[in-house]
Design a protein around this ligand. Structure first.
Ligand code: ARG
Length: 271
């Protein structure tokens, strides 16, 4: 399997905290160790660098504790960047910060007309854009995604509030294959996934409950939460190299490696 070297955007969790609850993982009463979150995040960044990826960083903004979850900052494909519109007011101010970064980096900008939480819910899988809905990204935004990017958009209906973003329920492994938790999707979406990806890896609830599907693949190496041991074993059986990382602090906000990582797809050649 060939690995693609990727350009990634990350945001240091300098101001990370769990001050509010907008998903079932978040308990504002539970202690959070921000210094540990930063060290774990630095290990994730080092993992990407060791794999030969380029990591760019956006400056964190005080008062935006979830800004570390760069995947929600936008959707960037073929040099086009679609900005985001968050469902929850607590995250609203992240959108212009990410938008300004894309603009300064020279991407062609598009603004969302509806709630759209970026690559948390929008995943390019081969020539299809898989777009989640049910909790965050509005179904009405899917048509705009198709119009802007010109990839057929496949709506994925999420049904379990713990797996509120598509990237908590499904990982794109390469151009042809994904891994996912079937029960996180409606019966119709499960049928679509079986049709599109007959060889997909099915994860267990135990894997998903440690956010094991919140993984980043370059087509050969899969960076995933260290606790997702069954999923890692299945991926190794399929010929992938797995790299476990511990993001226990960020998981208290409902995020894992993929949430911390936005793929910057420059042009058609490097999609
Ligand atoms: N606390 C954040 C939220 O609920 C976590 C976001 C995780 N990001 C992701 N791409 N799944 O919005």
């Amino acid at each position: 399997m060939d690995a693609t070297s990727q350009r990634l955007l990350m945001c240091r969790p300098t101001y990370f905290a769990v001050d509010y609850a907008i998903n079932p993982w978040m308990d504002p009463g539970a202690p959070v160790d921000t210094a540990l979150a930063v060290r774990q995040w630095e290990q994730l960044r080092q993992t990407y660098r060791d794999l030969g990826h380029t990591v760019e960083e956006i400056t964190p903004v005080p008062g935006l504790p979830d800004m570390v979850f760069a995947a929600n900052g936008g959707t960037v494909i073929d040099g086009k960047a679609m900005a985001v519109q968050f469902r929850d007011p607590q995250r609203a101010d992240e959108a212009p910060a990410y938008r300004a970064w894309f603009e300064a980096a020279g991407f062609e900008m598009y603004d969302p007309k509806h709630v759209n939480e970026g690559e948390g819910d929008v995943l390019l899988a081969g020539d299809h854009l898989l777009a989640g809905t049910g909790f965050r990204t509005a179904h009405s935004s899917h048509a705009q995604l198709q119009e802007v990017f010109g990839y057929p958009v496949i709506t994925m209906q999420l049904v379990d509030p713990r797996f509120y973003h598509l990237d908590t329920a499904l990982t794109v492994l390469d151009e042809r294959t994904v891994a996912y938790l079937p029960e996180a999707f409606s019966p119709g979406s499960q049928a679509v996934l079986r049709r599109l990806f007959p060889d997909a890896v099915h994860a267990t609830m135990a894997d998903a409950e440690v956010l094991g599907l919140n993984a980043v693949s370059d087509g050969r190496h899969v960076v995933l939460p260290a606790q997702a041991t069954d999923l890692a074993a299945k991926l190794r059986d399929r010929g992938y190299e797995t790299i476990g990382v511990d993001l226990s602090e960020l998981r208290k906000a409902g995020g894992g490696p993929k949430c911390c990582t936005l793929r910057l797809r420059q042009g058609k050649a490097s999609k």
